[in-house]
Ligand binder design. Structure first.
Ligand SMILES: Cc1cc2nc3c(=O)[nH]c(=O)nc-3n(C[C@H](O)[C@H](O)[C@H](O)COP(=O)(O)OP(=O)(O)OC[C@H]3O[C@@H](n4cnc5c(N)ncnc54)[C@H](O)[C@@H]3O)c2cc1C
Length: 490
């Protein structure tokens, strides 16, 4: 009944506004059906400004939505989806706003659904299951579950949003428990036709599969996550930072860790950073920051190879999980906001692609001084314990991750704010060519959470044909794939 009334209203309003204004038509309808407290159409309102400014890639703030909708329930999301569909407007779904790709969580002259008001959280001590709605950041979630001595799988920085889990979700705890999405137990989803369904091992099993690492907004809007929580006690952890002289030694330590570490409680992320200071071929502008995390008090010699190398900073100490996430400083994700893009590579750890990727990145940095404000190159290991843990839960995720060890490299390019468009385009093209020249390992999936929209990472999944079937089943008229951005397997 509600659905029919919504559709009738939309058709009426769309006619009044004319076919050329589907965004404002959808917004007028939504203001009527959801009320002015849940819809903001004025670009001058504080709420609208706050949502529009809140992107990690600040270039997304250029776009001006016709209105921003703040649903408070799955039913509100359903009403919004149906109204947008009926109007023919473009739209976007935004959780934490940390995906840097154009139109993934931003929209110009269309409806932006900001999930930030949908933020209930709970923990069941008997089942040890945790539930959360999509509007919190992972920093909020880690802080909440810490009071029960528990945590959930999610990204290594607190400001990142829950869309991260739909893209797989790589965590410090992944070597023990798999990716964040492997720990899903049930999802509540608003489908592209507005229907609210449950996806789980018992219900809509194909949808549950695709949403575990295949991305979010291709299949609908997830309005509630039920996940397996994990114990979180004390972590021996910290950062060790090195200067350029140690590049070779640190590179070897990382490679050895990725190939030989057998303790799944030990986890590392290693970041090479380049600043736009003069290079002169000496790499004086380079620093290496490692994040070393041990789930427990005694890492044995898991990190000795790192701590033995001469370093300039070392902060190893006992921490709670929220403190681990705040390393080296709280709000790091927010502090790195800028004109950012991601690219990703995938490689095996037993060949020379490890050194090749780093060398090409460093050469590019040296010959493109002035074209970037910050460059980062991250090694993200995928050990066999991770791929085993993934398979052990729900039969693995949408990536069907082949046995580790292997690794992803995530590249971040932050361009200067006032770069003219033609310079911006040529810098992006040159950076893309550099990453492509490294090549990727056959048979391994690119990580969608770190990918640029032009990399088509889903096509590297062995499950791509299966994802296409799921996509066509749940979005048969391609509403989502034609009206919003995201990872689509059509
Ligand atoms: C500083 C930083 C650190 C990071 N660290 C990690 C890390 O440690 N591990 C890791 O795996 N990734 C990491 N990432 C990558 C991150 O996971 C992706 O950028 C992810 O897409 C961000 O999710 P979000 O909710 O913040 O962003 P958003 O841009 O809001 O959402 C991302 C995408 O998911 C869609 N989406 C979001 N919520 C829903 C929903 N409920 N239903 C349907 N679709 C939805 C959006 O429409 C959008 O297309 C990091 C990114 C940054 C910028």
């Amino acid at each position: 009944m509600v659905i029919t009334i919504v559709l009738l209203c939309v058709q009426l309003i769309t006619r009044c506004y004319g076919a050329g204004s589907p965004g404002p038509a959808a917004c007028a309808n939504l203001t009527g059906s959801l009320g002015i407290t849940k819809v903001s159409s004025s670009p001058l309102s504080l709420k609208y400004i706050s949502t529009r400014q809140d992107y990690w890639n600040t270039l997304q703030s250029r776009y001006q939505p016709s209105c921003i909708v703040y649903p408070k329930s799955a039913r509100d999301v359903s009403i919004a989806v149906q109204a947008i569909r009926a109007s023919g407007s473009r739209f976007a779904v935004k959780a934490g706003g940390h995906n840097p790709n154009d139109f993934f969580s931003s929209v110009d002259q269309g409806v932006l659904i900001d999930l930030g008001s949908l933020n209930a959280i709970s923990y069941n001590a008997t089942s040890t299951l945790a539930t959360y709605e999509p509007g919190s950041t992972f920093g909020d979630l880690y802080a909440y579950y810490a009071q029960f001595g528990r945590t959930i799988l999610g990204p290594t920085m607190g400001g990142v949003g829950t869309g991260s889990a739909l893209g797989g979700g790589s965590s410090y705890l992944s070597p023990q428990y798999g990716m964040a999405c492997d720990n899903f137990r049930e999802l509540e989803v608003v489908l592209p036709n507005g229907e609210i369904v449950i996806a789980s091992p018992e219900s809509n099993v194909d949808l549950f599969f695709a949403l575990r690492g295949g991305g979010g907004n291709a299949y609908g809007v997830v309005t509630k996550y039920t996940v397996q929580s994990r114990p979180a006690g004390q972590f021996y952890s910290g950062n060790v930072m090195y200067l350029f002289e140690q590049t070779d030694a640190v590179t070897l330590a990382i490679k050895n860790f990725m190939q030989y570490n057998a303790d799944p409680k030990a986890s590392i992320v290693a970041t090479y950073l380049k600043l736009p200071t003069p290079g002169l071929g000496l790499n004086l502008d380079e620093a290496i920051l490692t994040f070393l995390v041990y789930d427990g008090l005694d890492p044995g010699d898991a990190f000795t190879n790192f701590t033995n190398i001469p370093h300039v900073v070392e902060t190893m100490a006992v921490r709670t999980y929220p403190q681990v996430i705040d390393m080296p400083i709280p709000y790091l994700a927010q502090l790195t906001r800028g004109n950012n893009i991601f690219r990703v590579g995938v490689h095996r750890s037993n060949d020379s692609s490890y050194e090749l990727a780093l060398q090409k990145w460093r050469d590019w940095a040296e010959s493109n001084k002035g074209s970037y404000q910050l460059l980062a190159f991250n090694y993200e290991p995928v050990p066999q314990s991770l791929t085993d843990a993934s398979k052990a839960q729900n039969g693995g995720n949408a990536m069907q991750m082949p046995d580790g060890p292997w690794f992803w490299v995530s590249y971040i390019l932050m361009t200067p704010p006032l770069l003219p468009q033609s310079n911006y385009d040529s810098v992006q093209a040159s950076f893309r060519a550099m990453v492509e020249s490294v090549g990727n390992a056959e048979g391994l999936p690119l990580f969608i959470n770190d990918a640029n929209s032009d990399q088509n990472p889903l096509s590297t999944f062995s499950t791509y044909p299966q994802l296409q079937i799921v996509k066509n089943k749940y979005d048969p008229d391609h509403f989502f794939s034609t009206k919003t951005g995201g990872w689509f397997s059509t």
